[in-house]
Design a protein around this ligand. Structure first.
Ligand code: GDP
Length: 392
């Protein structure tokens, strides 16, 4: 018995965009498949407020799909779904961007990440309920295929809040970390920061999306995949403003007294690589990994937790790697259960200790009261004595 997600779906803003994104140059085979199945790529953007998430979405779509802050939207307060049809050289694709509220707006950070996790799981849930329908129509896949995580360009270690949230995200989504507003750092600092981020992620056991490089691809594809993979975490700059460079070229970028940062110039930032990865190089991998691994893991654990017994014979006949994976999931679920029991025992012990402490507190209080009463009595006797003496 699987319930449909009861939470109201976030509002969808639909736009049609004709500007160039780059997918029309997808390898033919991928494009044919995507067009046939209906291109549905859902990308979620996550990170602290003011790091340029909305600006990057607009840069990605090359269109003001996210209203400027000051006007209609003073701040992203709820999860928003921006669905855009992109048409390029006669090919029509639908890209769905989920804009999440930034942190720092909440007193308690749990309040900012819980809705994000819930939103990801509701999308899994919606897919599961479609799978469970006896008459399956065409599956509508709204699962999050990629999660762009914005990191503040501090040049220092990752913040605790980022580690905490990424830990909760990495086994639910393809995590793609990016350094926000990379134009505020020098190229050398960006390179150092990238290394530091990667080692922090590794140290904390956070898995990010690994763009695979296939050795049997043609040279150009290998070079492209390699460039994408080496650039993670992408150092991005967002801007939809067109500026005129010293040589008179009109480019999207940010102007500074000392020069320009061009959004679409791979020598200036990794924006092009990020876009390329999403809609070109790793489009299929992002979708496949979400479907075959992230969703499947969530599904197995969820069904197990709900007590849905999987068909044993079908399980035994299944592909051995599939079986191993399922066994591992079951093992993980068991571990999680054990952890739950351990937590409960620990909680009970803490409660017992607290009770003991309370008890000694009561005893201490009684003792204190006893001493105080004694002293009060002595005080009263002394006063009485004094009065008697002065009365003489
Ligand atoms: P959000 O809260 O994460 O959605 O952030 P916004 O997209 O609203 O951007 C917050 C501010 O940062 C705005 O003033 C943007 O113009 C500015 N901004 C956005 N992207 C960049 C960037 O790549 N570099 C710089 N220097 N500023 C940016």
């Amino acid at each position: 018995t699987v319930q449909d997600s009861s939470a109201p779906a976030p509002p969808i803003i639909r736009k049609k965009i004709t500007s160039h994104v780059g997918f029309s140059s997808l390898p033919n085979q991928v494009r044919r498949k995507s067009v046939k199945e209906g291109f549905q790529l859902t990308v979620m953007v996550v990170g602290e407020s003011g790091l340029g998430k909305s600006t990057l979405i607009n840069t990605l779509f090359n269109s003001p799909v996210c209203a400027p802050r000051a006007a209609e939207r003073p701040r992203t307060v709820a999860i928003e779904n921006i669905e855009a049809d992109i048409e390029e050289n006669g090919v029509r694709l639908r890209l769905n961007v989920v804009d999440t509220p930034g942190f720092g707006d909440f007193v308690n950070n749990e309040d900012s990440w819980n809705p994000i996790i819930q939103n990801i799981e509701q999308r899994f849930e919606a897919y599961l309920s479609q799978e469970n329908q006896i008459r399956r129509t065409r599956m509508h896949d709204t699962r999050v295929h990629a999660c762009i995580y914005f990191i503040q360009p501090t040049g220092q270690s990752l913040k605790e809040i980022d580690i905490e949230l990424m830990r909760r995200l990495h086994d639910r989504v393809n995590l793609i970390p990016v350094i926000a507003k990379a134009d505020t750092m020098s190229q050398d600092d960006v390179a150092d920061f990238k290394e530091r981020i990667l080692s922090d992620l590794e140290f904390n056991g956070i898995q990010i999306f690994q763009a695979p490089v296939y050795e049997d691809d043609d040279e150009e594809s290998i070079a492209e995949a390699d460039a994408v993979s080496r650039a993670i975490p992408f150092a991005v700059v967002g801007s939809t403003r067109v500026v005129r460079t010293a040589s008179g070229r009109l480019v999207r970028g940010r102007a500074y007294p000392w020069g320009f940062v061009e959004v679409d110039n791979p020598e200036h930032c990794d924006f092009v690589l990020l876009r390329q990865m999403l809609v070109r190089t790793n489009l299929e991998e992002l979708r496949a990994y979400t479907n075959q691994f992230l969703y499947e893991r969530w599904r197995s654990v969820t069904l197990l937790a709900r007590g849905v017994v999987q068909d044993e014979s079908a399980f035994m006949e299944s592909d051995p790697t599939e079986r191993l994976r399922e066994e591992r999931l079951i093992h993980e679920a068991k571990l999680a259960k054990m952890e739950g029991v351990m937590k409960q025992v620990f909680q009970e012990k803490v409660e017992m200790q607290e009770k003991k402490l309370k008890q000694s507190e009561v005893e201490l209080y009684a003792r204190h009261k006893e001493i105080k009463d004694g002293l009060d009595r002595q005080w009263a006797q002394l006063i009485e004595k004094k009065n008697r003496l002065t009365g003489l």
